[in-house]
Ligand binder design. Structure first.
Ligand SMILES: [Zn+2]
Length: 136
């Protein structure tokens, strides 16, 4: 297997459960125990009511494409070999938005509001990245 040389997430104490969930192929988001609203990305306190009482809940992994861009060229980076690739904002069914990549999708079929589901890409032994693909 080729060495993965792209930037990797560096989990914080409050985001580590998210990354651990990805390794288990579970997409986790935080839920506030006080106001019961969902919070993403991982935070130490609720972004709605500032409560520190957050718990982790399993998301469906399904959503729709809110917006996207196709990267065709760029300054040379670790991602240069991947062009063209898609960066998208996903509206998860649960009501939070997540930035990720769309994979396994011909570019000519890519469109806003298309239904997608999470897939997990184990890029190293330690890190699994959540990405999204069209729902067949
Ligand atoms: Zn709250």
């Amino acid at each position: 297997m080729k060495q993965y040389e792209k930037p990797l997430p560096r989990p914080t104490p409050w985001s580590k459960p998210f990354w651990d969930g990805c390794k288990r192929h579970e997409l986790l988001i935080q839920k506030c125990k006080e106001c019961r609203r969902l919070v993403f990305y991982p935070k130490k306190i609720c972004s709605h009511c500032l409560s520190p009482s957050l718990e982790w809940v399993k998301a469906s992994g399904r959503g729709t494409v809110y917006s996207y861009t196709v990267v065709y060229s760029y300054q040379p980076t670790e991602f240069s070999e991947d062009v063209p690739y898609v960066i998208a904002i996903i509206n998860l069914q649960e009501g939070v938005r997540m930035m990720s990549n769309i994979v396994d999708c011909p570019l000519e079929t890519l469109k806003c509001d298309m239904e997608v589901e999470v897939v997990f890409d184990a890029v190293t032994a330690e890190v699994t990245l959540p990405k999204f693909k069209p729902i067949a």
